[in-house]
Design a binder for this molecule. Sequence first.
Ligand SMILES: *Cc1c(COP(=O)(O)O)cnc(C)c1O
Length: 223
Amino acid sequence: MSIDLAAYNKLLDELQPRNVRLVAVSKTKPVEDIKELYDAGQRDFGENYVQELVVKQTQLPDEIRWHFIGHLQSNKIKMIAPFVHLIHGVDSMRLLEAINKEGKKIGRRIKCLLQVHIAREESKFGFDTEEAKKAVEQVLADHHYDALELCGLMGMASFTDDHLLVEQEFKTLKRLFDEISAMFPDQQHFNILSMGMSGDYKLAMGCGSNMIRIGSMLFGSRN
Ligand SMILES: *Cc1c(COP(=O)(O)O)cnc(C)c1O
């Protein structure tokens, strides 16, 4: 299975006028596929599994910005901390604390997004909206967290054909993003709203997303 470059170029045409960044989600896909998209100009790639990410990172160019978009376990932070560009799925204070600790240890400020639970489904991880506000407040107010760079929010909508529901969920996240941005106007770094996947990115962009995470549309379906 190789890359659908026509789909890639068409997608870029949709994104670029709106200043939306594309994270190409390459989980389970071989390095050859990633290289193909890299050669077409793509630099941001997303992975869900730590071990897989670490192996791929050593086999591919250093210019790649690796996004970790999966559920991160505290004991694996150290494996990606030295090189990861952005951790999307930070879903608890405990994890923030652990990332901060690792960042201090290696002398690197680590970029994070807080994952907010917006879907109806029980299984999705994340802060609820009130918890997310408190977490941002806490991290920004306390110099203890100086190895973290809070760059914004990430969310996943319900997996459903109900477009109205998905739109509502994305709008909830956008509202929260705007609220937090207004609460901390001098936080220039807090500017990423990561929402939208192959099936719902158009809706997400319509709701104000500025970073989408696209896998199957570019790499083909996963097993
Ligand atoms: C797999 C995954 C994606 C990409 O999903 P597609 O439907 O293949 O585009 C995006 N975000 C997260 C968090 C994922 O786990």
